[in-house]
Design a protein around this ligand. Structure first.
Ligand SMILES: O=C(O)C(=O)/C=C/C=C/O
Length: 464
C-alpha cells in the first residue's frame, strides 16, 4: 500500500485506490488517496522546511542534487521495475531513457545552478545588480506518460533554486515517485524538502489552490492546464505549463529516406505515441509520398507494442481510429486492437496505425490523440509544407527531414513550434529552452529558464 511521504515520514491516510498494470489490466498496487487534511499537512511540511532550505548556499544544495542522482543510481533497478509495473513501458526504453534522465536531470541542474552568473550593470554614478530568491513552496503535478523523467525534470531545478516541493504524480503512475521518496529519506535529505502525495485530479486541485503553495509546474493535457490556470488566477501564482501538441513532421524530397522513415517510426511510435513531443501529422513531398507511406506502414507493423496507460485512454485512441474510418481515411497499417492469445489480451494495447486521405480540417488532424498513430499527407512546395505544419492550434514540436542545409535553417525558423528537430527526434541538450507556443503551453523549462522560473530576481541599484 503506497503511503504519502510528508515531512520525511510515511503517512498512511486517506482511502485506498488501485493502480492497474496496462499490460494485463491486473491491479498492481493499492495507494492512499490524499484528502484535504493530507494536502494541508504536506504543504505545511514544505513550508516549515522552506526557510532553512532557501538559506542553504546554492553550492550545498547542488551537492544534495548530486546525492539524489547517486541515490537514483543505487535504486536504479527498483525504479525501472516500478515504472514498468505502472506503465507497461519496454524494458529497453525504461533503462535507457526514463530512469537515466532522472540522473541526468539532477546532475545537469546541480552544475547549472552552481555556475549560474547573476546580472550586474554599471553606469556612471550607479551600480545595479540582481539577487534571486526562491519562490517558496512549489506544487509539482506530473503526468503518466514519462512519470520519473518529468518529475525529476521539475524537481531538480525547483530544489536547487531553493524551493521545497509537494509532488502529486498521476494516480495511474505513482510507483517510481514512491521509490524516489524512499531514496530521499535514505539520502538524509532534510525533512519537508520533498513531499509526495497521491490522488486524482481532485487532490491536484486541492494542492494548487492551497494558500501555502507559491507556484505550480505542470506537464500534461491542455484541458487540465487551463483548469489549473483558473484555480490559481485569483492568487496570480506563477505557472509553468508544458501542455499538449499536434506535432508535424516534414519530409522533403532531398531527405535521406532511410533516416526519415526510421526517425518517423521513433517520433510516432515511441512510448506508444504517449509523448507530448510525438508526431501525429506527417507531410511528405509528393515525389516520395507513396514510397514513404509504404515503408512507414511496413515498419509500423514491426515496432514493439506498448499498451496505452489505461482502458479509458485506449478507448479514446480507438475512438480516433474509428473516426478516421468514418471520415473516409485509408488505413495503411493497424487501425484496431492486436490479438496476442495470452494475458496481454486483457491489457490496453492498440495497433500502431498509419492513415492517409483525411482533410486538414478533420478532427483526426486537429485534436491530440496521444497514441501510436499518424496521418500522412503529400505536399508540393516548401511554402505549402510550412503552412500545413503551422495550421494547428498547437505549437510544441516539429521534425524536419532534408539534407539541404539552407532549407533546414529556412524552414525551421518559419515553424510555429517551441522545438524543431532536423534529421532527428527528441535529441536533448538540457540547457536549451523547452516548451511550446499557442495551446502547447506557457513558459519554457530547461537550463537557466527553469532556474529563472523557480526564483524571483530583485534588482538592487546603488548610487556611486
Ligand atoms: O525531455 C524533456 O525534458 C521533457 O520535458 C519531455 C517532455 C515530454 C512530454 O510528454
Amino acid at each position: 500500500m503506497l503511503t504519502h511521504f510528508i515531512g520525511g515520514q510515511p503517512v498512511a491516510a486517506g482511502k485506498a485506490f488501485p493502480v492497474h498494470d496496462p499490460v494485463t489490466g491486473a491491479v498492481v498496487r493499492q495507494v492512499h488517496e490524499a484528502d484535504p487534511e493530507v494536502v494541508d499537512r504536506a504543504v505545511r511540511a514544505a513550508r516549515e522546511a522552506a526557510r532553512d532550505w532557501a538559506a542553504m548556499p546554492v553550492g550545498e544544495r547542488a551537492g544534495w542534487m548530486r546525492r539524489l542522482a547517486e541515490g537514483i543510481e543505487a535504486r536504479f533497478d527498483d525504479l525501472v521495475a516500478a515504472e514498468i509495473a505502472d506503465t507497461g513501458k519496454p524494458l529497453e526504453q525504461t533503462r535507457t531513457l526514463d530512469i537515466p534522465r532522472g540522473i541526468a536531470n539532477f546532475r545537469a541542474f546541480a552544475e547549472m545552478a552552481a555556475q549560474r552568473p547573476e546580472d550586474a550593470f554599471h553606469l556612471s554614478g550607479m551600480l545595479s545588480y540582481t539577487v534571486r530568491r526562491p519562490l517558496g513552496v512549489v506544487a509539482v503535478i506530473v503526468p503518466w506518460n514519462l512519470p520519473f523523467l518529468l518529475m525529476t525534470w521539475k524537481l531538480a531545478p525547483a530544489l536547487v533554486a531553493g524551493n521545497t516541493v509537494v509532488v502529486k504524480p498521476s494516480e495511474q503512475t505513482p510507483g517510481s515517485t514512491a521509490v524516489f521518496a524512499e531514496l530521499c529519506a535514505e539520502a538524509g535529505l532534510p525533512a519537508g524538502v520533498v513531499n509526495v502525495i497521491y490522488g486524482y485530479g481532485s487532490a491536484g486541485q486541492l494542492l494548487v489552490e492551497h494558500p501555502g503553495v507559491d507556484a505550480v509546474t505542470f506537464t500534461g493535457s491542455t484541458g487540465t492546464g487551463t483548469a489549473i490556470m483558473k484555480s490559481v488566477a485569483d492568487r496570480v501564482k506563477p505557472i509553468s505549463f508544458e501542455l499538449g501538441g499536434k506535432n508535424a513532421g516534414l519530409v522533403f524530397e532531398d531527405c535521406d529516406l532511410d533516416k526519415a522513415v526510421e526517425g518517423t517510426v521513433k517520433s510516432v511510435f515511441t512510448n506508444g505515441g504517449q509523448v507530448c513531443l510525438c508526431t501525429e501529422r506527417m507531410y511528405v513531398h509528393r515525389s516520395i509520398f507513396e514510397d514513404f507511406c509504404a515503408r512507414l506502414a511496413a515498419r509500423a507493423q514491426e515496432v514493439e507494442l506498448q499498451p496505452m496507460i489505461s482502458a479509458e485512454h485506449r478507448e479514446k485512441v480507438l475512438s480516433y481510429y474509428a473516426l478516421a474510418r468514418s471520415e473516409g481515411a485509408k488505413v495503411l497499417a493497424g487501425g484496431s486492437v492486436p490479438v496476442f492469445g495470452d494475458h496481454r489480451d486483457s491489457g490496453y494495447f492498440v495497433e500502431p496505425t498509419v492513415v492517409t486521405g483525411l482533410s486538414e480540417w478533420s478532427r483526426f488532424n486537429r485534436e491530440e490523440i496521444f497514441g501510436p498513430v499518424c496521418h500522412v499527407a503529400p505536399f508540393d512546395s516548401e511554402a505549402e509544407a510550412v503552412d500545413l505544419a503551422n495550421g494547428s492550434e498547437y505549437g510544441l514540436a516539429a521534425t524536419l527531414w532534408t539534407t539541404n542545409l539552407d532549407r533546414a535553417h529556412r524552414v525551421a525558423q518559419r515553424l510555429e513550434a517551441g522545438l524543431v528537430w532536423v534529421n532527428t527526434w527528441y535529441l536533448r541538450d538540457l540547457r536549451t529552452p523547452f516548451g511550446g507556443v499557442k495551446l502547447s503551453g506557457i513558459g519554457r523549462e530547461g537550463g537557466t529558464r527553469s532556474l529563472d522560473f523557480y526564483s524571483e530576481p530583485t534588482t538592487i541599484t546603488i548610487k556611486l
